[in-house]
Design a protein. Structure first.
Lengths: 293, 477
C-alpha cells in the first residue's frame, strides 16, 4: 500500500508539474502574439497615438467605419468587440492606458450593454493569458468570484476556456496565423438583410443607474484628458420596448441618442446590427456631428 | 456523479481510503462499504430510483433461492417466470412503454383510426438496462443449474449494485464476479497500478477523443442538410470515434476503478475498429452485451445449429433485440437490422469464425488484404452508426442520400468555430497509439510507462474538452 500511495503521490506531482509547464508554455505563446485579435494587439503595443478610438460591443464593431475617420485625417481604430460587455470594454481602455496610449477621443457605444455588469466569458477570457503580466488585467478580475482559481491554479484558465484560449488558439498564436479581426482598422462590415432577424424584444431590459464599468470608463477618460463621446447606436424598426433608449437618456443625460439615426430595415443585417451601407450612413452622421469643426 | 466529474474525483479516494484502511477487516466489511458507496453513487442521479434498484436486487435474490429450493419443476418455473416477467416488466414500463404506445397510435392513425395513447411521464432510471441484465443472467443460470443461488444478501447486492459497473456496465456474470466478492480482497500494488493506468487511458478516450469528436459530429449531424459529402463522411467517422471513445473510455475507467478495490470486471472492448469482418467486430465491441445475448438468447433459440431459415431468423432476432436494447427508437432497431444483414453472409458461408487470431502485419500482399478488410469493416460500421446517431430513420436515409449525391469535397466551416479537418490528425494519432498497443488492455503500461503516462495526462489537460461537458452516451441506455 505504501508503494501505491507513493505512486499516486508521484502522479499527482506529475500532474501539478505538467499544469505549471503547460501554463508557462501557453502564456509565452499568447504573450508574443499580435495578429490574432484586438486584445493581443493592444497588449503587445506601446505608446500608440490615436485621434479616435472606438469602443463597445458588436454594435460598435459593426457600426463605426474607421476608414471614414481616417479619410478625415483622424488616426482611428475600431476596438469594438463582438459579444463583449462593458467589463471587457473598460478593461480594454485600461490596457491601452497601461500601454501608454495617447488618445484624443474615445467613441463609446453604450446602450444595451448598460443593463448589466456581468463579464462576457467568451470575450473576457482572451485577457486571461495576461493576468500574471498585466496589473490592470489582474485588478479587473480581482472583483470576480472565480479570481482565485483563475489566478492561482496553474493552467486552470486554459482548461476552463479551452474553446477560446485552449490548444488550438495557442497553436495559432504560436504560428502567427492571422485573423481578419484587425482588417479595416478593426471595423467589421456586415452584409445585407438576407435571413436577418428583424425582431427584437427589449421590454425587460433596464439600464443600471450607476453602471460600475461605464463610470470607470468616464473616470479614466477624465484622468487622461480623453474626450469621451458616448453614443447609443441604431436598431431596426421592429423593436419592442424602444423606450429603453429614453430610460438610458434619463439615467445618463451625457449619452447621445443616435438610435434613430438610421431606421429603415434595409440598412440592417439583423435587428441590432446595421449592414455596411447603414454603418457608413451612421458613421457619416457621427463625423458630421462631432468632427466637422 | 460522472466518472469524469470533480465529485467523483473526491468520492473515489474517500471510498478507497475507507475500503483499505477502515473497512478492510473482513470481506463482509469490505462488501458492506462498497454497497453503501454504490447506493450513494446511484442516489446522486435520483435517490427515488434507489428503491427500484433495491427491489430488483431483492426480487432476484429471493427468486434465485426459491428456484434452487423448489421441489417441483412447477414451483421452479413459477419463481423463474416471476423474476423474468417482473424484471422485463420494469424495463418495459420505464424504457419501452411510451415508445410502443405512440408507435401503436401512429399505426392506428395511418389506417384512419384516431387514438390518444396514455403516455407515462417518467424518466428512464439510469443503468436500468444494465442491472436488469445482471439479475436476469443470475436467475437464468440458477434455473438451468449452472450456478448455485447466493444466500448472502450483502454479497449478492454487491454483485448487482457495484458502483463501477452499475450505470453502464460491463454486464457482469455471477460466475465471474460473485466468487470474487465472496473472499476478502488483499491489496495488490501491480493490479492497482494497472487500474490507475486504465483510468487515465479511459479519460483520454472520453475527454480527448469522444468529447472532441462529439463537438464535430453533433455540428454535422444536426445540420446535415447543409453539409457537403466530405463533411458528411467526416460526421460518420467522428461519430464512430465519439461512441467508441465514450463507451470504451467509460468501460476502461470502470475496470480501472474496480482494480483499485481488488475486483476484476469483464473486458468490454478489444480494439473493435481493427476488426477484419463484422463477426470479429461483434466479438470485440461491447463484449459483455454481445456474449449475454449469445448465451441467453441466441443459443436458447437454437443458435446456428438448425437449418438455414433458423439461422437467418436467430441472427435477425439477436441483432434487432440488441439494437432495441439500446433505446426505444426505430433507429436502434434499424442499426441492429443492418448489422444482421452484414453478419448473415458470413454466417451462411461459415466464415463468421475466420478471424479469431491476432492481427499481424508484414510487408506482403496478405497484409494489404488485412488492411483493406479492416478499412471495409470500419466503413460498414460507420454506415450503421449513421442510423444509430440520426434522430429518425428518415434522417438517416436523407443523410446517406446527401452523402452519395452532393459530391462536394471541399472543407466546410462548422458552427462550433473550428475547422473540422484538424481533428483528423488527432484521431489518426489515437488510432496509431491503439494499433501499436493492440495486444494490451491499455497503452500506458509496459516500457517507458512514465513517459506514456506523462503524455496521456498532458493530452487530457491540453486537448480535453471541459467547457462543453458531455455525459456518457451509454448512461441513457
Amino acid at each position: 500500500m505504501k508503494q501505491f500511495l507513493i505512486f499516486t503521490g508521484k502522479i499527482v506531482l506529475l500532474t501539478i508539474l505538467l499544469t505549471i509547464v503547460l501554463d508557462g508554455f501557453y502564456t509565452a505563446m499568447f504573450i508574443q502574439s499580435k495578429n490574432r485579435g484586438k486584445i493581443d494587439q493592444v497588449y503587445n503595443s506601446e505608446a500608440e497615438k490615436y485621434d479616435v478610438i472606438i469602443l463597445g460591443s458588436s454594435r460598435a464593431n459593426n457600426h463605426f467605419v474607421a476608414s471614414m475617420f481616417e479619410e478625415k485625417g483622424l488616426k482611428t481604430f475600431n476596438y469594438g468587440m463582438s459579444g463583449s460587455h462593458l467589463f471587457e470594454t473598460s478593461l480594454m481602455l485600461k490596457l491601452m492606458i497601461e500601454r501608454k496610449y495617447q488618445i484624443k477621443n474615445v467613441i463609446l457605444e453604450a446602450d444595451l450593454n448598460l443593463a448589466g455588469i456581468k463579464r462576457s466569458d467568451g470575450i473576457s477570457c482572451a485577457f486571461l493569458p495576461y493576468i500574471h503580466n498585466s496589473k490592470v488585467v489582474k485588478e479587473q478580475f480581482e472583483t470576480q468570484t472565480d479570481f482565485n482559481e483563475l489566478y492561482y491554479i496553474p493552467f486552470y484558465r486554459y482548461i476552463k476556456y479551452e474553446a477560446k484560449i485552449g490548444f488550438r488558439e495557442m497553436f495559432f498564436n504560436a504560428v502567427h496565423k492571422r485573423t481578419s479581426n484587425l482588417d479595416n482598422e478593426g471595423y467589421y462590415p456586415l452584409k445585407g438583410v438576407e435571413n436577418g432577424n428583424m425582431k427584437n424584444n427589449i421590454v425587460n431590459l433596464n439600464p443600471l443607474p450607476h453602471n460600475r464599468y461605464y463610470e470607470q470608463i468616464k473616470k479614466i477618460c477624465k484622468e487622461n484628458n480623453i474626450n469621451l463621446i458616448t453614443v447609443m447606436t441604431p436598431m431596426c424598426e421592429n423593436v419592442v420596448g424602444m423606450d429603453y433608449f429614453d430610460k438610458v437618456k434619463k439615467a445618463y443625460p451625457e449619452i447621445h441618442n443616435y438610435e434613430n439615426a438610421v431606421v429603415e430595415n434595409k440598412y440592417f443585417s439583423s435587428c441590432g446590427h446595421m449592414n455596411d451601407t447603414g454603418a457608413k450612413m451612421f458613421t457619416a452622421r457621427i463625423i458630421k456631428d462631432f468632427f466637422n469643426k | 456523479m460522472f466518472f469524469n466529474s470533480l465529485a467523483f474525483a473526491v468520492f473515489l479516494p474517500v471510498v478507497f481510503f475507507l475500503y483499505w484502511f477502515v473497512f478492510n477487516k473482513t470481506k463482509n466489511t469490505q462488501n458492506a462499504l462498497l454497497i453503501v458507496a454504490s447506493y450513494y453513487f446511484y442516489s446522486c442521479w435520483d435517490w427515488r430510483f434507489l428503491f427500484l434498484l433495491v427491489f430488483s436486487t431483492f426480487l432476484d435474490y429471493y427468486t434465485g433461492i426459491q428456484i434452487e429450493k423448489g421441489k417441483s419443476e412447477g414451483s421452479r418455473k413459477f419463481w423463474f417466470w416471476l423474476s423474468i416477467i417482473v424484471n422485463l416488466g420494469f424495463l418495459g414500463i420505464f424504457k419501452y412503454y411510451n415508445f410502443f404506445a405512440s408507435s401503436f397510435s401512429d399505426l392506428l392513425s395511418s389506417v384512419g383510426v384516431k387514438a390518444s395513447p396514455i403516455l407515462l411521464n417518467v424518466i428512464l432510471p439510469v443503468g436500468i438496462s444494465f442491472y436488469t441484465f445482471h439479475g436476469l443472467s443470475y436467475v437464468i443460470d440458477i434455473y438451468y443449474k449452472r450456478i448455485k443461488a447466493e444466500y448472502n444478501f450483502v454479497d449478492y447486492s454487491l454483485f448487482v449494485s457495484y458502483f463501477p459497473l452499475l450505470v453502464a456496465g460491463p454486464i457482469e456474470r455471477a460466475t465471474h464476479l460473485l466468487p470474487q466478492v465472496k473472499v476478502k480482497r488483499e491489496f495488490d500494488f501491480e493490479k492497482a497500478k494497472e487500474g490507475v493506468f486504465q483510468i487515465v487511458w479511459g479519460l483520454v478516450k472520453k475527454v480527448v477523443i469522444a468529447d472532441t469528436c462529439a463537438a464535430y459530429a453533433n455540428a454535422i449531424f444536426d445540420n446535415y442538410t447543409a453539409m457537403n459529402t466530405f463533411s458528411l463522411i467526416l460526421g460518420a467517422i467522428y461519430f464512430a470515434f465519439q461512441i467508441y471513445g465514450d463507451f470504451s473510455g467509460y468501460s476502461d475507467i470502470a475496470l480501472g476503478v474496480s482494480k483499485l478495490f481488488g475486483l476484476d470486471l469483464l473486458r468490454n472492448f478489444n480494439y473493435p475498429y481493427f476488426s477484419r469482418d463484422i463477426a470479429e467486430f461483434w466479438r470485440r465491441w461491447h463484449i459483455s452485451l454481445s456474449s449475454w445475448f449469445r448465451d441467453y438468447l441466441y443459443i436458447p433459440l437454437g443458435g446456428s445449429k438448425g437449418g438455414i431459415w433458423m439461422k437467418i431468423r436467430n441472427t435477425f432476432i439477436i441483432f434487432v433485440v440488441s439494437g432495441f436494447w439500446h433505446g426505444a427508437n426505430w433507429t436502434y432497431v434499424a442499426w441492429g437490422f443492418i448489422n444482421a444483414i452484414y453478419f448473415l453472409p458470413l454466417l451462411l458461408s461459415n466464415r463468421n469464425r475466420n478471424n479469431m487470431d491476432t492481427i499481424f502485419l508484414r510487408w506482403n500482399f496478405d497484409s494489404v488484404k488485412v488492411i483493406l478488410n479492416i478499412l471495409s469493416t470500419f466503413l460498414l460500421t460507420c454506415v450503421a452508426w449513421i442510423f444509430f446517431r440520426s434522430k429518425t430513420i428518415t434522417d438517416a436515409f436523407l443523410y446517406l442520400k446527401r452523402l452519395f449525391t452532393n459530391a462536394d469535397f471541399s472543407f466546410q466551416y462548422l458552427e462550433n468555430e473550428r475547422y473540422n479537418y484538424e481533428l483528423l490528425i488527432l484521431t489518426g494519432l489515437f488510432v496509431l497509439v491503439e494499433w501499436n498497443n493492440r495486444n494490451k488492455e491499455e497503452p500506458i503500461s509496459g516500457k517507458r510507462s512514465l513517459l506514456r503516462l506523462t503524455l496521456a495526462i498532458a493530452a487530457i489537460l491540453a486537448f480535453g474538452i471541459f467547457s462543453d461537458y458531455k455525459e456518457f452516451i451509454y448512461f441513457q441506455f
